[in-house]
Design a protein around this ligand. Structure first.
Ligand SMILES: C[S@@+](CC[C@H](N)C(=O)[O-])C[C@H]1O[C@@H](n2cnc3c(N)ncnc32)[C@H](O)[C@@H]1O
Length: 209
C-alpha cells in the first residue's frame, strides 16, 4: 500500500476505535476534554484523593480532563495548578503554567504560585513523546518519573498523596526513587479506563512520611 493510503487507513482505524470507545463517548457527553478523566475518577472514587480546600498540582495536564475533574471536586475552595509543556485552554478555577516540568525555571513558577506552601496532592499523568527506540524511550520515562519523585521530596507535605503515571519496566526505579522520596508504601493501579494494550500504570502513594 502507498504511504498516503496507509496513513489514511491508520487514521480511519483510530477514528473507528475512538467512536466505539465507551469512555470517549462518556467524556463527550460530560464535557471532558479527554477520556483520561475516567482514570482519575476511578482512582479518586476508590481512594478519596481530591477534597475541597486542598493544594493540588496536575502535572502533564493538557488537554485538561484531570483538572476539569479536580475542579468539579474541589469547587472554589483550595488551589489547583495545572502544568504542561504544551499550550492548552484555561479551566476556570485552576491556575495554568506552561513549561517543562524538568526545568528549574518551571519549578520556580510553581513556587511563586503557592508562595512556598506544600502540596496535599500531586497528580502526574505526564508521558514523554515516544521515539520508537526502546532504550531512548525508557530513559525518557525514567527521567520524568524521577523528576516527579524528586519534586515530592520537598514539595509534598508529610501525609500528602502522590498519584503518578509510570510505565511497565520501571519497577526497579520506582522502588529506588520512592524510598528516596520517603514513600514507604504504594499501590500499583491499572484503572479500567486505561487501555489494555497501553504500558501505563499508576503509582499511588498515600501518607508520605
Ligand atoms: C497523557 S497526556 C495528559 C492527559 C491529561 N491528564 C488529561 O486528562 O487531559 C500527557 C501530557 O504530559 C505532557 N508532558 C510530557 N512531558 C512533560 C514535561 N516534561 N513537562 C510538562 N508536561 C509534560 C505532554 O505534553 C502531555 O500533554
Amino acid at each position: 500500500m502507498a504511504t498516503g493510503k496507509k496513513r489514511k487507513a491508520k487514521s480511519r482505524a483510530w477514528l473507528d476505535r475512538q467512536n466505539r470507545d465507551p469512555y470517549v463517548q462518556k467524556a463527550r457527553k460530560s464535557g471532558y476534554r479527554a477520556r483520561a478523566a475516567y482514570k482519575l475518577e476511578e482512582i479518586d472514587q476508590k481512594f478519596r484523593l481530591i477534597k475541597p480546600g486542598q493544594t493540588v498540582i496536575d502535572l502533564g495536564a493538557a488537554p485538561g480532563s484531570w483538572s476539569q475533574y479536580a475542579v468539579r471536586k474541589m469547587g472554589d475552595k483550595g488551589q489547583l495548578i495545572m502544568l504542561d509543556l504544551l499550550p492548552f485552554d484555561e479551566i476556570e478555577g485552576a491556575q495554568l503554567i506552561q513549561g517543562d516540568f524538568t526545568e528549574p525555571e518551571t519549578l520556580s513558577k510553581i513556587n511563586s504560585l503557592t508562595e512556598g506552601r506544600l502540596f496535599d496532592l500531586v497528580l502526574s499523568d505526564m508521558a514523554p513523546n515516544i521515539t520508537g527506540i526502546a532504550l531512548q524511550d525508557q530513559a525518557r520515562y525514567e527521567r520524568l518519573l524521577e523528576s516527579v519523585l524528586t519534586f515530592c521530596e520537598t514539595a509534598l507535605r508529610p501525609g500528602g498523596v502522590l498519584l503518578t503515571k509510570f510505565f511497565e519496566g520501571e519497577s526497579a526505579q520506582v522502588i529506588r526513587s520512592t524510598k528516596k522520596a520517603r514513600i514507604n508504601q504504594f499501590k500499583t493501579i491499572k484503572p479500567d479506563a486505561s487501555r489494555t494494550h497501553s504500558k501505563e500504570l499508576y503509582l499511588l502513594a498515600l501518607n508520605r512520611k
